[in-house]
Design a binder for this molecule. Structure first.
Ligand code: HEM
Length: 405
């Protein structure tokens, strides 16, 4: 990434991996919203970045002009008819209508409130154990030692994989999401261990079916037929990727906010009933996920001459800061009443895991605040943010004051 030309003007040359964008994208987006509001780049083979709530919503709802064939920006483009079309590499997120609906309906029951809420005691227990492991430390890395452990443990449990493989899981997510600039051959090489690992788990589940998402995907039938193996694999990969660093980022960003805004920390620690409202504002203000589309055919859209196979970076986080959609959009309002944010996207691909994400975020914050009602950044310069389409703090050194302290 370091050998790239630095961005001169984000309006005509944006790059979501540019160090300034990674460190603090909000002033850049505010400026673009005022000037463009759809920015352009020649990087990655050409792309557009809408920054308003209206433009993001319009594109997310328009499956006629835009495809989800791939949702992570890279230098190449997957071929339109390449297998496993029409399933896509990671159904349902990479599927277009009409197949999308079939793929989405299949997984929705696993993420309905009933099964998700049943995970609460396990998540709470996990958070407590993680915090127990940090007892006696005056400084901790809340990104690397707390937030990042929660989502993999939950996903491993849902898929029915061995708990000891959590570290491996985090490596897989890193490979899938953060290696976007690497050449295709290297990407294929990096994916090999993931495929091998999943193949072993799938075989084990075929031999010993049990009550988990992997066995469900292997046995569920659509029109009297079991799912194609690439469908099962693709959905498992999606759940791995969609469920881990997204939520880890949301937990980390919320803790970062509390560490840097003592008045919000004091209020939330003192008024636990505020948590549900605060969670929505954390999601609005620090929405971690931007997803991509490809333009299907040349089209003039929102005043832009879009070309077939141009990228669209759907800036859900930028839309969430649009003053036309939210009063005081650039202010974090911990008790904001009306909050129709786009952190989970919108349209047919709206996040299927939002119940689970909200639960993990709420429980993680509740447990952290119960243990540490006062904390601050130990050294702001040591905080690092993940680059790419999922943004959150990876290293978050905090100085803690426990209940006793
Ligand atoms: C704070 C955490 C999360 C955020 C901010 C988030 C955000 C998003 C967004 C913006 C989309 C829309 C993608 C698009 O339009 O292309 C999406 C889709 C999706 N998310 Fe999440 N997500 C989170 C957590 C999760 C979790 C925990 C899971 C499940 C384990 C999950 C599963 C999915 C799935 C399956 C889709 C695809 C839905 C479809 O294409 O129909 N997400 N998510």
């Amino acid at each position: 990434m370091s050998d790239k030309e630095p961005v001169r003007d984000f309006a005509t040359d944006w790059d979501h991996t540019d160090p300034r964008w990674v460190a603090d994208p909000y002033p850049i987006w505010d400026d673009l919203r005022r000037r463009c509001p759809v920015a352009h780049t020649e990087r990655y083979g050409g792309g557009w970045f809408p920054t308003t709530h209206e433009a993001v919503s319009r594109i997310a709802n328009d499956t006629e002009h835009f495809t989800s064939r791939t949702v992570v920006i890279g230098n190449g483009r997957p071929l339109e008819d390449a297998p496993p079309a029409p399933i896509g590499v990671a159904p349902p997120i990479s599927s277009d209508p009409p197949f999308h609906q079939i793929a989405r309906r299949l997984i929705l029951p696993a993420f309905a409130p009933g099964p998700v809420n049943a995970l609460e005691p396990m998540i709470r227990d996990l958070c407590r154990r993680l915090l127990d492991g940090l007892v006696g430390h005056e400084e901790i890395d809340a990104g690397a030692e707390f937030a990042q452990f929660i989502p993999p443990a939950v996903i491993i449990r849902m898929l029915g994989f061995p708990e000891r493989d959590e570290d491996l899981f985090r490596e897989f997510v890193h490979v899938v999401l953060e290696g976007i600039d690497q050449p295709v051959e290297q990407r294929i090489e990096q994916f090999a261990p993931i495929e091998e690992y999943f193949a072993v788990q799938i075989e084990d589940h075929r031999a010993h079916p049990r009550d988990d998402l992997t066995s469900y995907l292997l046995n569920v039938e659509v029109g009297g037929q079991k799912l194609a193996p690439e469908h099962v694999f693709g959905t498992m990969i999606l759940i791995l990727v969609a469920g881990i660093d997204t939520t880890w980022s949301a937990i980390g960003a919320s803790l970062w906010h509390l560490a840097t805004h003592p008045e919000d920390l004091a209020r939330l620690a003192g008024e636990p009933d505020l948590m549900a409202t605060a969670v929505e504002e954390f999601l609005r203000f620090y929405a971690p996920v931007s997803m991509a589309r490809l333009v299907k055919e040349d089209v003039d859209y929102l005043g832009c001459a879009m070309k077939r196979d141009d990228w669209i970076l759907l800036g859900f986080p930028a839309a969430n800061r649009d003053p036309a959609a939210f009063p005081d959009a650039d202010r974090f309002v911990i008790d904001r009443r009306e909050n129709r944010h786009l952190a989970f996207g919108l349209g047919i691909h709206r996040c299927a895991g939002s119940n689970l994400a909200r639960l993990e975020l709420r429980v993680a914050l509740e447990e952290f605040l119960a243990r540490y009602p006062r904390f601050e950044l130990a050294n702001p310069a040591d905080v690092t943010w993940a680059p790419g389409q999922v943004r959150g703090p990876r290293h978050l050194p905090l100085r803690l004051a426990s209940l006793e302290g």
